[in-house]
Each structure stands twice: as C-alpha cells, then as structure tokens.
Design a protein around this ligand. Structure first.
Ligand SMILES: [Zn+2]
Ligand SMILES: [Zn+2]
Length: 227
C-alpha cells in the first residue's frame, strides 16, 4: 500500500512508502467499457481498479474474490489479451480542495482472513439486537397496559406491529387520563374515584364544581381556596 501526492503535472511529489510508483509520472487513463479501470503508460504491468474513497476501506477488508475481479476486468476490456501478466491494484483518489495536487491511495487487494465473516457476524448481531429491542418495546407495552388495566393484549399487539409509534400513542393516551395512585389503573380524567379500587382520585371545587386534585390548595378553574 502506498499514498502518493501528485502535482498538477502528474509528477509524484510525495510517496509514503516510496513504492515502485514513486518514480515516474502517473498519468492514468481509463480503459474498458465501464471505465472502472485505469492504466498508466509508465507502468505497463499494472492495472488500477478505481474505487470511491468511501468504499475503499470496505473493499480492503472484505474477502474479495480476485478471480471475479480478473474476469470482470477481462469482460470489460475484451480487446486486452496479455492480461494474466498484469497486477491489479486498487486505487482511490482523495479530493484536495483548493489545490491542483491529487492524492492517490494505492493498495494490492489482499484477503483479510475472516473479513467477510466478521462483517456478516456484525450484521447478524445488529439484526438480533434490533429484533430484541422490537420485542422488548412490545413486551413493555403489554406489561404496562396490564398494570394500568388497559387491555394488555391489544396494546401488546399494537407494540408488535407499530413499535415506537404505538408506544408514543400509548403514552399520549395514558396521559390524557388519570392514573390511580393506589392501584395504578388508568382512569378517565374526570373520575373522582378509581373504578377498580375505589380510591379517591380528586374532589370537586365548591365554587365552580370542577374536578380538582386531592392535594390541590386552589381550584385551577376559579381560584377558590380548597384547603
Ligand atoms: Zn385504583
Ligand atoms: Zn373552582
């Protein structure tokens, strides 16, 4: 692997590893129908596969099928015959703003052992975590609805199908009413007594008749002093 910096005239001004490509001008020209491959007149034995910089790392770590790259190159450049003698390099260009120099990263694609497996395992784990999270949301909805006596099966299913959206709707629905402090049941906002355990949820204002909390000192509607 090497990192090259080229000036506007395609002359190599810097080479990180002082590799074979450090010597001459690296004037790259595209070959093939899909223009994915580049060649340089100075290095007739080399073929460069152009890879976008964001894909460069991924392409470097996953276990690439080099036979496939070679046949892909062959398909793309049918006119080229003496290919087997060439080395295929992977090349990426890093954009340098406001200067006419170019930075190239060149590497011989090497198989990282288990690279693809590691990638698949990571993907599978992410999927597993996502499934666990999904089911946990549904389970939490089921249990909380059971605790508040709000049809647990119904809310559990909503959680299973709509997940976080169902959870938000549930929260809004629950907070639109009152929760009994004794048994935890969700009750309509205007109930004075819990319909499950009989605990007092509120009282009426003597001034205007509005429902006020048991611990309220003043009526929120008319300002009447309760205690
Ligand atoms: Zn209650
Ligand atoms: Zn009042």
């Amino acid at each position: 692997m090497d990192v090259l910096i080229l000036d506007g005239d395609q002359q190599v001004t810097y080479s990180a590893k002082n590799s074979a490509f450090a010597a001459g001008p690296l004037e790259l020209t595209k070959v093939g129908n899909e223009k994915k491959y580049l060649v340089s007149a100075a290095y007739p034995d080399a073929v460069f596969q152009y890879v976008k910089s964001e894909e460069f790392m991924l392409n470097s770590i996953i276990n690439r099928d080099f036979g496939k790259i070679r046949s892909d190159y062959d398909d793309d450049t049918v006119f080229e015959r003496e290919l087997s003698s060439k080395t295929i390099y992977m090349l990426s260009r890093i954009r340098t703003h406001g200067s006419n120099s170019t930075v190239y990263v060149i590497t011989v694609p090497t198989n990282v052992p288990g690279g693809m497996i590691a990638l698949k395992v990571t993907g599978a784990l992410a999927m597993l975590f996502f499934c666990v999270y999904w089911v946990l949301v549904a389970l939490w909805l089921y249990r909380d609805a059971a605790k508040c006596r709000l049809s647990p099966l119904y809310w559990g299913l909503i959680g299973l199908f709509t997940n976080i959206i169902g959870l938000i709707v549930y929260k809004i629905y629950k907070h639109s009413g009152a929760i009994c402090s004794s048994c935890g049941a969700a009750q309509a906002a205007d109930y004075l007594y819990c319909s499950f355990c009989g605990s007092q949820l509120g009282t009426r204002c003597e001034g205007c008749g509005a429902k006020v909390g048991v611990k309220d000192c003043f009526c929120h509607q008319c300002g009447h002093q309760i205690k």
